[in-house]
Design a protein around this ligand. Sequence first.
Ligand SMILES: *Cc1c(COP(=O)(O)O)cnc(C)c1O
Length: 388
Amino acid sequence: MPETTPPFLPFARPDIGDAEIAAVTEALRSGWVTTGPKTRAFEEAFSAYLGGGGLQSIAVNSATAGLHLALEALGIGPGDEVIAPTLTFTATVEVVRYLGADPVLVDVDPVTLNIAPEKIRAAITPRTKAILPVHYGGLACHMDAILAIAREHGLKVVEDAAHALPTTWRGRLVGQLDSDVTVFSFYANKTMTTGEGGMAVTRNPALAERMRVMRLHGINRDAFDRFTSKTPAWYYEVVAPGFKYNLTDIAAALGLVQLQRLPQFLERRQHLAARYQAKLAGLPLVLPAEAPPGDVHSWHLYVLRLAPGARLSRDALIQALSERGIGTSVHYVPLHRHPYWRDRYGLAPEQFPQADAAYQAMLSLPLFTAMSDAEQDRVIAALHELLG
Ligand SMILES: *Cc1c(COP(=O)(O)O)cnc(C)c1O
């Protein structure tokens, strides 16, 4: 008998069950497929999940769209600067460029890999208007320090919470902190998915109103309102040159089910992360920072770093794992190494020693709710074989 190779273990896979399929089917059969009752229900359920308290949720077709709407609503424009970490996905800061403003990239903390508050402080100029922290991998940034800097300098704060559902900072859920807007992602590999989608949340009614209007062409009524309210359906007013960022009811139907499953998803991620933490200790690795006692890490990502003196380089380790049928990824090639950001702002790796060193040593292991303990054991065994 030839030895059977186990199936390839991907780095991430969405967890979509029969309930999601039934909900999407129902949305398709309902006769209303674009933004409508399911999207409204999803927004309400999302606000309730985060604990309500005057929070408004605005569903959008991506977190990128949500970040763009948030900065637009805050009045960010040409000449303004927005401070963000270099160790993130390009979406975090491409939206700053959409508005003609300039991102100012800064280094990260070497332990948490989150934006370093002292680097924010050092990057402030008279043009600085906002800070864009990213809760890297699902571990909260030091929000007390960031919000204190923002208050001191009159800056806005928009949290890129694409990884942070659910994450807490000092016992409060990200989404309920004292920033201006928080934006979540429901992209395929995030902690819950709508295929593509996102949610902007805020407690500021004026920002919520502006984001709602700009989400749909700058029209002051959405299609569902037009077809359900007493005002004639044909009448609407354009009050700004808006965007086309609304979420479909098909996606919202999927999101409603995923949101209900989120506590169970979190439990599974916590279980898998704890197993990695326990079973990889002792190898020449820097394991990811855990949340402070009492706080929640969403464990969207499980990011390892090779310790100095490890037998293999990061690239060789990724290759060897791939040959053993194990998918990994790297989060992220820091923005200062991408041609557009590097050349436009004259950036060099020496300006970001922590993020750059972390990048060269890092890889993200498979971590997804549908991964079995046995599948995870294959990853753990391979790392012991290759590095032990
Ligand atoms: C996924 C991601 C985004 C973008 O999310 P989309 O919903 O795909 O637009 C933004 N920032 C970070 C850090 C992400 O990981």
